[in-house]
Ligand binder design. Sequence first.
Ligand code: MN
Length: 191
Amino acid sequence: MAFELPPLPFGQNALEPHISEQTVYYHYGKHHKTYVDKTNKLVEGTKFANASLETIIKEADGGIYNNGAQAWNHTFYWNSLHPDGGGKPSGDLLGMIERDFGSFEEFQNQFTNSVTTLFGSGWVWLALTKDGKLTVVQKSNAGNPLRDGMTPLLTCDVWEHAYYLDRQNRKPEYVEAFWKLVNWKAVENRL
Ligand code: MN
């Protein structure tokens, strides 16, 4: 019942020129894989041995939480991106964004601002609250809005390993690249 590293939904060079093949090689093949492997080691002999990653995110603490959440967050991140992504969402999702943020541009500004102001490592999320409202959530380390009873819809990895090889300290450039890759169809399907 071990957790497995899911295949990437695209080739390792498919996100170029926005995110390099080298970044994906290390980020997916080393960082993401290590979180999966460590989760498997840590849950052995605990009550989480046969738990889902979602249960781990909601109930575990310490290393099991950190590694299990990171394993889930990375799969969610890869599935939030697509080489033909970018642009704007449509339909219900766009309507909800306009209802809850005023405009798509205002949502994008809030999300971008949450990425650039996150101190240290973490994740920025678009999530649906229990009351059905869209919100931008800034989380440190392995933080995931599932833990707060929200539904995650989109995430941006704000650990330096996500962009440092390509952009060094230029985090705003990474967010620009991220917007060119967002798979809005996938986000809509999560609603
Ligand atoms: Mn990462």
